[in-house]
Design a protein around this ligand. Structure first.
Ligand SMILES: Nc1ncnc2c1ncn2[C@@H]1O[C@H](COP(=O)(O)OP(=O)(O)O)[C@@H](O)[C@H]1O
Ligand SMILES: [Mg+2]
Length: 248
């Protein structure tokens, strides 16, 4: 059965999509089958994996999901394309509890052939993110190693706690991913220290550096592991994937 992981943080630009794509890519390289589901109407995970957004969101189209799962340039790595339609975003987020259970059924029933499913969430704690959390076994929270990094963390952790208590008893915080780390900045080191002190082993050991190859890869429709496997950013995501596998 697929392990379903939401990648969420209400802040935009913290590395959610990048982390979802590249962890999935690393797992795919290790021989596991991985699917990224794009639930953000911005569809960055879809285009970042070289696929066109769908007219209708596959989770709403009423067709078997297996028909809309798209291949990527990398073996074992697939994407369920998002839709830019705001009506679809509304429909997907309507009536949270029911949507979460429908989503859970769709994911566990139709997508059981995948080892891992990542839900790339929009930058909000709105209904789409809530539905994703309601359907997930784990939550990964990327945070940027910059000032205000911790701001907002308590809200998303509280949302996860509520979701676990009300709708989805198995939800766990799978890990905090520190992204866009620049070792030359004292501030970045302070942030890393502070987050580690506060959240302890919930924080993954691997630090994802700021690396231009990471930001270039999506414009080529590829993960950084595929686009620039020797780049620092690719090596860091590979190490992170080792930790994910260790936590299996
Ligand atoms: N480690 C990194 N180094 C350099 N650029 C990065 C890194 N991680 C993400 N980016 C870039 O920063 C921007 C925001 O990242 P993204 O993953 O889209 O964040 P989110 O999904 O949280 O909005 C994107 O342009 C992405 O390519
Ligand atoms: Mg994103």
């Amino acid at each position: 059965m697929a392990k379903i992981i939401s990648v969420a943080n209400q802040k935009g630009g913290v590395g959610k999509t990048t982390t979802a794509i590249n962890i999935a890519a690393g797992l795919a390289k290790s021989g596991r089958t991985a699917l990224v589901i794009d639930v953000d109407p911005q569809c960055n995970a879809t285009s970042g994996l070289g696929v066109e957004p769908a007219q209708r969101h596959p989770l709403l189209a009423g067709k078997p999901l297996s028909e809309t799962v798209a291949e990527t340039s990398q073996p074992n790595l697939f994407v369920l394309p998002g839709s830019q339609s705001l009506a679809d975003a509304d429909a997907l987020s309507a009536s949270n509890r029911q949507r979460a259970s429908t989503l859970r059924q769709q994911l566990t029933g139709e997508l059981s052939r995948f080892d891992y499913v990542f839900l790339d969430c929009p930058p909000s704690l709105g209904q789409l993110t809530r539905a994703a959390l309601g359907a997930s076994a784990e939550l990964y929270i990327p945070i940027q190693c910059e000032y205000f990094a911790m701001e907002g963390l308590s809200q998303i952790i509280e949302l996860a706690r509520q979701t676990k208590a009300r709708d989805n008893h198995r939800l766990e915080i799978g890990g905090i991913v520190l992204t866009m780390y620049d070792p030359a900045l004292d501030l970045a080191n302070e942030v890393v220290g502070e987050v580690r002190q506060y959240f302890d082993e919930t924080v993954f050991e691997s630090l994802i550096p700021r690396d231009v190859h990471i930001s270039e890869a999506p414009s080529h429709g590829r993960s950084v592991l595929d686009y620039a496997p020797r780049a620092r950013g690719a090596r860091a995501y590979t190490e992170l994937v080792m930790e994910v596998i260790d936590r299996e």
